[in-house]
Ligand binder design. Sequence first.
Ligand code: PHE
Length: 369
Amino acid sequence: MAYTVPKLKDFSPAALDGAVAELLSALEEESAQPGNADARKAFRDRWLARKDGILTQINELWLKAAPKDAKRDVGQRVNKLKAEVEQKVEAALEKKPAASADTSLDISLPGIRRPIGAEHPIIRTMNEIVGVFKNLGYSVAEGPVIETDYYNFEALNFPPNHPARDTQDTLFLANQETKPRREQLLLRTHTSPVQIRTMEKMRPPVRIVIPGKVHRNDPPDASHSPMFHQVEGLAVDTNITFGDLKGTLDHAMKALFGSSAKTAFRPSFFPFTEPSAEMYVSCFICGGSGKRGSDPCRPCKQTGWIEILGCGMVDPNVFEFVKHNGYDPEKVSGFAFGMGIDRIAMLKYGLDDLQLFFQGDVRFLEQFG
Ligand code: PHE
């Protein structure tokens, strides 16, 4: 039973010795198990609290209750006892609790399970694409998402006010009207500015892939998002031909979609490549037949082909902007390509709504764990 301060009737030295011994042995016992922080505070309060602590009770029940002729003796004993109790309580509180004495730790309880994160399907697809080019000896470059007009447009051969700029639905940063145009900041609309940034830093030959986020002023719907992802590629050396471009991309598509994937090129236009092309890959959903059983194949719109990227031979006008770093358009040539990752990931995982990637719904994301 827990110790309580007894009311004394007998104030003889022998009786007082006994009462003091009993109290000290109770204190000894309680100090042996200091417990966790709450238990320690309770222990301290029980003995030392001004209001109703054991020492206060001793004052009331022993000292004040003592008959006149015993007061002097009781007073001395109580003072000594108080000093001793205070010192012992503090000493007990300073002791570190032994692990087993800490009642807050029960090692037999099951542990806390933390949900394990999974690579986001877009990042996973991005890494797969980058991995294919790494195996071909390409290195990885990155660049800023907030870009200047110079890198996003001008040095990529988009003349000022050229209609090709309109096709990019650019998001500009506000309040920049006073800056010269080439310094105005925008959210990059493609990863192509990193072509220029890389060529400014590295002399030819270069072989790089550039993964990253890009933005365009497109309202979100099942197939559009104002933020999406691209992987860009650039190879520059002496004597790089359109044949190298075709061979490299054909190999990459087979590595990504399986060895039976076929590629096709159609003429296109980009200001920074000449000639330019759009590349199609045989539909990896229907195998190129345009049909799934007796149903039409929706992802390729029954054509058997899926448009996967833009590409072309680096325009000599682009090399002019980095000529000082060894890119003389008379001496070097190169190819570039850029593909949207989000759409490839959608096709790969059979999704019909792009927004699923960006809503952060754990029930969706945990399926990729
Ligand atoms: N930057 C182009 C786009 O976003 C794609 C591209 C990259 C085309 C490189 C040609 C060469 O549409």
